[in-house]
Design a protein around this ligand. Structure first.
Ligand code: SF4
Ligand code: SF4
Length: 368
């Protein structure tokens, strides 16, 4: 985004009646007009026109954005606050003015290739593959399924094997770079990206499959935007499964079900139908949408550095999403993102089970 384009957009936003703030999750979390789309645009506008410099409090507010893009769905002039905020974060990183609470995540990705301070050598410790026939898939596991939601990785491998695909894991997968791209550390993100592109492009396979929408967005949008091209198509697991419903058991799981749209999969990549088709295929109960769904889905609270920097508010947003899910009175809340599952499961109680999409399909296979 060019500087004059940003200046024009924040000028328009600063003069808006700002009705979009009511769907901004950080307005909900802080109960303040400042951490809102309009509040962020106003800070940048004032800095550009010279009426008020962006101070440390202003920097903090720019880092309180989840980059969920929910505000964009309501904005008639289509002011893309998430992209503007991300652009501004790149400038702040270049000026050394980012919140120091991000250093641990950044340094861990650079030295361990994951944001969790875990050893790189443990990345594949919880998963096993076996030689198989059929469609040759490279599974890019991602950091969350490698270290925090490991059951998703193994269930995905077993699921792909069971539907006639052979699964290859990369010899040396690094973090996709998503946490770094989203928080303004583009140069550091590109270190990870260049390595991954080299390793993926030199690995034999027909397609790359990912379970994490953050990885999906970065591999399909951020890498090409920076001139890094993969030599194989990339699919999210929901797309791959939706293509093969004829070999997945139907109507097997008792109990009603609802679905949480991950921001990176839905609003950022436009994938809304495929996960719903898969869920409705395997579920024997009713599929009940939450009040806020598809492009109006509320964020889980885990994105763009929020949980690292503002844990209490991030968890409040996750808790609220769980309350929205519970109002459907369903037994299961399915998501299609290990990072969303990680947040939503930690805020759920025994009234609702939070399950990732490949795990739900494996449940159907077991019930068959
Ligand atoms: S993001 Fe759009 S709708 Fe929201 S305050 Fe700015 S201009 Fe208005
Ligand atoms: S991207 Fe999300 S968190 Fe950021 S201002 Fe818009 S609605 Fe609020």
């Amino acid at each position: 985004m060019e500087a004059n384009e940003i200046a024009e957009q924040v000028r328009m936003c600063a003069a808006c009646p700002k009705m979009c703030r009511h769907i901004c999750p950080t307005f909900f979390a802080w109960r303040s007009d400042t951490p809102t789309p309009h509040g962020r645009a106003l800070l940048i506008h004032q800095d550009i026109v010279g009426t008020r410099e962006l101070d440390d409090r202003g920097v903090e507010i720019l880092y309180q954005c989840l980059e969920c893009s929910h505000c964009l769905t309501l904005c008639v002039p289509e002011i893309d606050i998430a992209s503007i905020v991300e652009h501004k974060r790149i400038e702040l990183v270049n000026e050394g003015r980012y919140p120091r609470g991000l250093d641990r995540m950044k340094d861990s990705i650079r030295s361990n290739h994951n944001p969790f301070d875990e050893s790189h050598s443990r990345r594949r410790s919880a998963v096993a593959t076996k030689a198989g026939e059929g469609r040759k898939l490279i599974y890019f596991i991602g950091c969350t399924s490698s270290y925090r939601e490991q059951e998703i990785a193994q269930e995905t491998i077993d699921l792909l094997n069971s539907i006639g695909s052979s699964v290859t894991l990369l010899d040396d997968e690094w973090c996709c770079g998503s946490p770094l791209f989203r928080t303004g550390f583009v140069n550091e993100a590109l270190e990870q990206a260049r390595h991954n592109v080299e390793v993926i492009n030199s690995t034999e396979g027909d397609e790359v499959v990912v379970t994490c929408p953050g990885c999906y967005r970065v591999l399909t949008q951020d890498y090409p935007m920076h001139g890094l091209e993969l030599n194989k198509p990339v699919k999210h697991i929901s797309q791959l499964l939706a293509e093969q419903l004829d070999i997945i058991p139907a109507s097997k799981i008792e109990g009603d079900v609802t679905y949480h749209d991950p921001c990176h999969l839905g609003r950022h990549c436009g994938i809304y139908d495929e996960p719903r088709h898969v869920i409705q295929h395997v579920s024997g109960g009713s599929f009940i949408e939450m009040e806020r769904t598809k492009d109006n889905a509320a964020c889980c609270g885990n994105g763009a550095g929020m949980r690292t920097l503002f844990t209490e508010q991030a968890r409040a947003i996750g808790k609220d999403r769980i309350e929205q899910a519970k109002r459907t009175k369903t037994k299961y809340l399915i998501t299609a993102c290990p990072f969303c599952k990680n947040m939503l499961e930690s805020e759920a109680d025994d009234e609702i089970d939070v399950i990732d999409l490949p795990e739900f399909v494996r449940m159907a296979q077991r019930a068959d």
